[in-house]
Write a protein that binds this ligand. Sequence first.
Ligand code: NDP
Length: 237
Amino acid sequence: MAGFQGKSVLVLGGSRGIGAAIVRRFAGEGAAVSFTYAGSRDAAERLATETGSMAVQADSADRDAMIARVRESGPLDVLVVNAGVGAFGDPLEQDPDAVDRLIRINVNAPYHAAVEAARRMPEGGRIIVIGSVNGDRIPFPGLAAYAMSKAALQGMARGLARDFGPRGITVNVVQPGPIDTELNPADGPMKDIQHAVMAIKRHGRPEEVAAMVAWLAGPEAGFVTGAMHTIDGGFGA
Ligand code: NDP
């Protein structure tokens, strides 16, 4: 497959999990891919070697470093903001610094990255942010801060779709349900609770999310913008 030959793609948070699957997908289709990571240097370097992509350390919690990375990537055909963290637990017990860090990574970084990318993005560019079905539905306690951050992306995508639409740039959110990664392993302690509310009682695969991202980035999706695209095995049904 060479559907993205000649296209420049930046994935923020690409070293592991869903982000790594997105890097593999675009690189496998011929794109020039670069991606960021925070701490997983070995995993990032292995993935870069495997896929012929470029790995760059840039912490999304550091606004200026993250914006600089987007700027230094040059004109991007596709920006994917995948980097995200959880801060789960009783809000009465949570460390407020952890909640603020989550907001910096899950909300502030996608906004600033999208705006910076749009400055140089050519006509028809694509901005895709990985949200969560928890932006729509929170069936368990302990998810308020995470859900708040993912719901914020919905307003962001709707607004930026209006701002950048006249240039043919689309802005979309992909909202996974439980996906088998280190953040949410298919054999982890939450497995049974999550599967109980799903129509398809299994974790999704990172490659399934990457396929939706690739479709949104491709030529068939040029009329799709300001929208949320849920891939959750019926978690939110
Ligand atoms: P993982 O924890 O498995 O991987 C997270 C990736 O993001 C890693 O590459 C990590 O880099 C990177 N990252 C995290 N924090 C930062 C940061 N501060 N700066 C730069 N990169 C960072 O998570 P998933 O793959 O499961 O999740 C990816 C996205 O999908 C997140 O936005 C998450 O909220 C969302 N999601 C996941 C679901 C799931 O069930 N797995 C469900 C719904 C949404 P490093 O390796 O260096 O730490």
